[in-house]
Design a protein around this ligand. Structure first.
Ligand code: HEM
Length: 498
């Protein structure tokens, strides 16, 4: 069959059942008809119809061209591109000998195969639920696992360790009245920092909050019994009240290692800046977050509430939860997103919501441009673009504000992807990067469209907003919060103690 008999589109090759080619062969045929080189035109046509057969040293792989509906809409471009490819001898087809070694097919022609070994060869590096990278040697009490301070009477360099609560009171306690604000950076600067953190690390806790052997509840106990490692509150502390002498802490989970008995911590997220807080770091969460009812590549949205016509994140389905308990009468559940901390405070939830909406906006645009793309293609492409947005804002806009003149010293200019670079987040980063807590104001601010205070409660103490999804759902949505972040200053990033 030649280009002129182009109507039959269901394909069947010996031994291989194929679906319908997405190429409008009938529309493509007239263009191919004009090629002076008839054998090549025939080969191209059969390639688009049946898939191209790439000659390889040991075997040949048929590859069906996909995603070409948009190409059909731009017939002139296709025609020009095809002519060029054929003229250059680069067009794929069942050539007797390959015109270039190692070719792979792109939707509109062929591209040289990526240099062997150049691209990602160690997919486990930076994967979720793997150990953080170690930059500093561990200093466990027993050299293997016990955290320092576990045995309170133990002296280190001749001293017993002070209470961490006392140290924190000494170093970071700050009265709200003496708060110094940052004249250069808005609260959005703070918020991007936390948002970024939730893309690259989550130190996984042990999955239980009670000690197996002694049946001790870590939320109530003041004893160090694995996995409980409570922080003792000194009697001089204002928070020291009868019955609450400890802040519960549960130890982080240990990552398995086949090579060393020394305890390592585990990252519950992908280390790459890839928008994993939007999409999830594993396939189960990622699937749950998608709109699986159609082939449009969209993320799922809230089915019960909307924000002046725009979508909210979907709800978790196991109520009562942390969020519903913040307002038992309303009983509104937490939102669900790619990172489990998305409801921690409303500024963070608002950014989650913006990025979910942006994914869906991109997906809709991509669908318009490429009506033939599958939902999976659209989802992956939009996801890739949003990952790029995360990286762009982080490296070009945010880090220069954070690092200032030091930027070029500490971050050499990016050259290109290197498979030898280990992207794994380090455990010391998860500690050092908490410096961002010094940027947090003790309030969230809400502003109306004209940037006047948004009533009934324009300023809310931060602690009253933790996991309070109802404050977004029932108090004006995310816009007043976003405006509040843009128009208010971050706390000055300094170790201010009075
Ligand atoms: C209102 C804003 C914020 C709140 C309420 C908040 C709260 C918290 C809480 C409760 C934790 C867990 C503490 C623990 O159990 O270890 C945490 C961890 C952390 N925070 Fe924040 N944070 C905020 C902003 C930020 C910012 C702006 C940054 C950085 C620029 C940041 C970086 C981190 C890091 C690196 C961790 C450790 C994460 C891990 O690997 O598990 N946070 N934060």
């Amino acid at each position: 069959m030649g280009p002129r008999n182009a109507s039959k589109r269901r394909l069947s090759l010996t031994g291989i059942q194929k679906g319908v080619t997405p190429v409008r062969l009938d529309e493509m045929a007239p263009f191919l008809d004009r090629f002076p080189d008839r054998p090549k035109a025939e080969l191209l046509f059969s390639g688009f119809r049946d898939g191209f057969r790439i000659p390889a040293p040991a075997f040949s792989i048929p590859q069906v061209v996909r995603n070409l509906k948009s190409a059909v809409l731009h017939a002139a471009v296709v025609s020009e591109k095809l002519s060029k490819e054929v003229a250059l001898g680069r067009m794929a087809g069942p050539f007797p000998t390959p015109p270039l070694e190692d070719l792979v097919i792109s939707p509109l022609g062929v591209v040289p195969k990526k240099e062997p070994n150049k691209f990602r060869m160690k997919p486990i590096l930076g994967a979720f639920n793997t150990a953080f990278k170690r930059l500093l040697k561990p200093e466990y009490e027993d050299g293997i696992s016990l955290p320092r301070g576990w045995t309170q009477s133990l002296s280190i360099n001749g001293f017993t360790l002070p209470s961490v609560r006392e140290v924190s009171n000494e170093i970071v306690k700050l009265s709200t009245d003496s708060l110094k604000l940052d004249d250069s950076n808005s609260l959005m600067f703070m918020q991007w920092g936390q948002w970024l953190d939730h893309d690259v690390d989550l130190s996984v806790s042990t999955p239980t909050n009670s000690a197996f052997l002694k049946n001790v509840d870590c939320d109530k106990s003041c004893d160090n019994i694995y996995p409980c490692f409570p922080i003792k509150i000194p009697p001089t502390d204002p928070r020291y009240i009868a019955g609450s002498k400890c802040i519960p802490v549960i130890r982080t989970a240990a990552a398995c290692s086949l090579t060393s008995p020394v305890r390592e911590q585990m990252n519950g997220l992908t280390s790459y800046i890839d928008g994993s807080q939007i999409y999830g770091s594993d396939i189960n969460v990622a699937t749950l977050l998608r709109n699986n009812t159609n082939q449009l590549g969209l993320l799922a949205v809230n089915q019960k509430f909307s924000d002046n016509g725009l979508p909210f994140l979907p709800f978790k389905d196991n109520v009562p939860d942390q969020c519903s308990r913040t307002h038992p009468t309303l009983g509104l559940p937490c939102f669900v997103a790619g990172d489990v901390r998305s409801n921690e405070q409303p500024m963070l939830t608002s950014i989650h919501t913006v990025f979910m909406r942006e994914h869906n906006r991109l997906a809709k645009e991509l669908h318009k441009l490429n009506p033939c793309w599958s939902g999976e293609d659209i989802y992956q492409e939009a996801r890739k673009m949003l990952g790029g947005v995360m990286q762009k804002i982080t490296y070009k806009d945010w880090l220069p504000l954070l690092l200032g003149d030091k930027m070029s010293e500490v971050l050499p200019t990016y050259k290109s992807y290197s498979k030898d670079e280990d992207p794994t987040t380090s455990n010391v980063f998860t500690i050092a990067y908490r410096m961002g807590h010094t940027l947090v104001q003790p309030f969230i601010y809400r502003l109306a469209e004209d940037y006047s205070p948004y009533f009934p409660q324009p300023v809310v103490p931060l602690f009253e907003t933790f996991f309070a999804s109802w404050r977004i759902l029932r108090q004006g949505g995310i816009d007043p919060i976003l405006r509040g972040m843009m128009a208010n200053k971050a706390k000055l990033n300094s170790q201010q103690t009075r």
